[in-house]
Write a protein that binds this ligand. Sequence first.
Ligand code: ME8
Length: 645
Amino acid sequence: MSSFYVTTPIYYVNDKPHIGHAYTTILGDVIAGYHRGMGEDVWFLTGTDEHGQKVQKAAAEHHMTPVEQCDSTVVRFQELWKKLGIRNDDFIRTTQERHKSVVRKILQDLYDRDLIYKAEYEGRYCVPCERFCTEKDLVDGNLCPDCHRPTNPIVESNYFFRMSRYQQWLIDYIRSHPDFILPAYRANETLGFLKKPLEDLCISRPKSRLSWGIELPFDPDYVCYVWFDALINYISAIGYGTDPERCAKYWSAAHHLIGKDILTTHTVYWPTMLKAIGLEPPKTILAHGWWLIGRDKMSKSLGNVVNPMEMADKYGVDPFRYFLLSEMTLGQDSSFSEEGFIKRYNSDLANDLGNMLNRVVKLILRGFDGRIPAPGSLLEKEDKELLAAASDAADVMEHAVRNLHLDKGIECVMDVVRKANRYMESTAPWTLAKEGKTERLATVLYCAAETLRVVAQLLLPVMPEKMTVLLKTIGAPTEFSFEQAKNHGVLNPGTAIQDINALFPRIQLEEPEKPAQEPKKKTEKVRAAREEPVLPEGVITIADFAKVELKTAKIVQAEKIPDAEKLLKLQVSLGAETRQIVSGIARFYTPEELIGKTIVLVANLKPAKIRGVDSFGMLLAAKDGENLRLVTVDVPDFPGGASVG
Ligand code: ME8
């Protein structure tokens, strides 16, 4: 039996989980579910990252010990996973002895082989990121390249891992393994990072500065750097050093799911650490995009953090799982809003899928005494087309699962649902019933019910509860199987179906309350008029112009958008952040010639969906009739993220 090992990042226990954490974990759960259904020996791991500065700081703020901070927060993750129906096979905490002993063992081994050495470090340090920054990394002379906050000078003796030794090996490995880092543009981003000389990695923190960590086995004055400790969870959990057979079985089929924020640690630190201890890199590291609120990152200070527990309570677990997976194109950023959730729920689940089920069930109850009708011997073209579309969707979904591109599979299945609704319109079974054309009616309803069966089976790992109800309603088998989904004729004529009200009751969008219009006081108007100089038409003030945030942005990826001749989808780097924009320049530039250009971006434009694709900004271009050229910076390699003004 082939094995399949899938992991999420282990989350920091400095704060409670939010939808970003929920997304990666649901993604892992669903991928694991499909692979279980394919008969593989699956191991799905999640857990918590409990050492380091962030956790120590949170504990101090809450007047707790670090252990109390970890114990009280870890349950919030575990309760959430239970609520969201997550079926992880293991949950690792880095404070567990089974993990710490492996970390110590690896540290000692590398130290004994002179792959870890002690040296004095003089440079700059970013406290929030717990990161040493070299001069060439710094932004604007002093700012951390990750978070753009000021760094502090530091002189310290520390232990270093000889990461630099593996630079060329890693470059060659990435180049020769196209599936190692996904999406491909994240592999390019890593290769870009590896263009600069790779430094050795500082893997210790003196206890005088940070005490909450795993003590170095060869020097009790130091603890291990939290990332060096955390990454090892992926192998300590499957028995590295204690159960070599089990470890080898799962490690040979390892897939890490991560957010794009932790790309470098996973695609540079981790493979070099593995190389040093004689293990192969994981099969795949898939970096997904970022859930944004509007255009902003979720943050406590902005007060825009979305609580997944509340969403699941309010709208149900399965719709929430469905929304997160279908809304985000894997790899790209997505903007979250409750309104967006309700819209997708109502259109995909309540209207398309729920309605289809209702129609089929009511017609079978009425016309065939609540039993699956036997189809006639002759299928018409439209019947065959619908059934073929359903089994094609099973192929697409299988391919999507193997390539970790679930959103594409889900989209294809939902297309079948829409096709099925159109089929109902064109075959009009209600008219067939009225006209007494029972044989044709039986065929239509059988094909419709079979299509629903395939759809529900294919979506079973995404919405396990709701799809089980659907399958039971139409008397279909409730286990997941691609083989069954690809076949027709699985429903047995004569099987009793059940009545159902609404599988996905419609959600009413609450109208935002209109603020009562207060009449403007006359005096205010007069004052305003007096203070604002009257400008000639078309002239703006410097304050008006300052509202527009213009930034340089380097194009790192460009691709066509299917069925949209004029549009290109671009990934642009603004230094610390990569964003997606959609631009109507496909007639003037090929995707290839755009890569590497530094353009100018209107960075604070309200996000928009263009042909269903999220766009987080607008590029500037000069247009003269049919001639269009981008506004670019006049030297190659000018960095992204610089302000333009
Ligand atoms: O980085 N959108 O933990 P963490 C999408 N402990 N995903 C998001 C997200 C968002 N807005 N916010 C968080 C750590 N995530 C380390 C990991 S692994 C050896 C150590 C998800 O609690 C996403 O998967 O900050 C991201 O990579 C992860 O949570 C970071 O979680």
